[in-house]
Design a protein around this ligand. Structure first.
Ligand code: TLP
Length: 345
């Protein structure tokens, strides 16, 4: 029996069309800027997001790292959410490697940062304090349930940041899920930001890679940082070829994943012992917990029992799960996941 892997959309395998495009891709040495496939992907991405330039990086983590370091110098401070992926899950790279100090303010349940909290976190001009340089947002917001931030909110944060001479960076690992969830084009969501990363290797199914977009000067700086971080690649057009297929064919179908997340949530909500987060799913993530009075062990124990039945789920707390739908999860997989949960509980 094949595994039904709901742990993340990072587990997506490249599609047959991607494998074919990778095999045929014209390539060159990208450190010399000579890879035609990579250059094409970067141009497509910049155009799609309405930014001057784009840079291919091996991962979302490196995209955020190079992206933040290109705005900041050592000792500068970035304001971010206390549930931000960059704060929680990127191994402290911005401080370990860039000397960037972080000021964490509470993420609201809807993934936003309160405008007053941002305002109050901006440092005065005082030699005792770090210099506030940057604000970052995340869209969709992973630890806030995969919720999407709308353009109006992002515009308000952009205006606040720019009025105070700060820059705004967006971790848009799942930017196209946000756009699909809100029924808008991604360009609209990133118009107010100075820089944005998005991932090709999550819901868009490419095997490797993320893109950082911004102004031409900014991307030139990020390009040097990518080299410093060891992310300058050679015939990376093999990877870019899959990214091109991702942008051309995988963006428009994301609503299917969101619909399946809805079906999954509806099915799981009927099972005694499971409590779904209010509002879940916003996009392609379903968050749920074991009911307080359910005597069925911990989430890890339940996940092991599910794995024995070929269902893989994410454990994100003592009694908490995250299930993510993606291209390789079809209707039958959703039904099987629901019936296996029922059987195991
Ligand atoms: N998220 C992964 C894990 O690291 C948690 C996942 O399974 O969701 N920004 C956001 C919002 C992300 O969710 C992730 C990956 C990243 C950045 C980092 O991307 P990669 O894994 O390509 O470095």
């Amino acid at each position: 029996m094949t595994f039904i892997d709901l742990r993340s959309d990072t587990v997506t395998q490249p599609t047959p069309a991607m494998r074919e495009a990778m095999a045929q891709a014209p390539v060159g040495d990208d450190v010399y800027g000579e890879d035609p496939s990579l250059n094409r992907l970067q141009e497509m991405a910049a155009e799609r997001l309405g930014k001057e330039a784009a840079l291919f990086v091996p991962s979302g983590t490196m995209g955020n790292l190079a992206g933040i370091l290109a705005h900041c110098t050592r000792g500068d401070e970035v304001i971010l959410g206390n549930k931000a992926h960059t704060f929680l899950f990127e191994a402290g790279g911005i401080s370990a490697l860039g000397g960037v100090h972080s000021c964490q303010i509470p993420n609201q349940e809807d993934g936003t940062l309160d405008l007053d909290d941002i305002r109050n976190a901006i440092r005065p001009d005082d030699a005792h304090q770090p210099v506030t340089r940057l604000v970052t947002l995340e869209n969709t917001h992973n630890r806030c349930g995969g919720v999407a931030l709308n353009a109006e909110y992002t515009r308000a944060v952009g205006q606040l940041a720019h009025d105070r001479n700060l820059r705004l960076h967006l971790d848009g690992a799942r930017l196209f899920n946000a756009a699909a969830g809100l029924g808008v084009v991604a360009k609209e969501l990133v118009e107010p930001v100075d820089s944005v990363t998005f991932c090709l290797s999550k819901g868009l199914c490419a095997p490797v890679g993320s893109i950082l977009c911004g102004s031409r000067d900014y991307i030139q700086k990020a390009h040097r940082l990518r080299k410093q971080l060891g992310g300058g690649m050679r015939q990376a057009g093999i990877l870019a070829a899959a990214g091109i297929v991702a942008l051309e064919t995988m963006v428009e179908r994301l609503p299917e994943d969101h619909k399946r997340a809805q079906s999954l949530a509806q099915g799981l909500a009927q099972i005694p012992g499971l409590v779904l987060d209010p509002g879940t799913p916003y996009t392609n993530m379903v968050f749920l917990s074991l009911a307080e009075d359910a005597q069925i062990g911990t989430a890890s124990q339940v996940a092991r029992r599910l794995a024995d039945q070929s269902i893989l789920v994410g454990v994100v707390g003592e009694r908490r799960f995250r299930l993510v739908t993606h291209y390789w999860i079809n209707d039958e997989a959703v039904d099987r996941a629901i019936s296996t949960f029922r059987a195991v509980l």
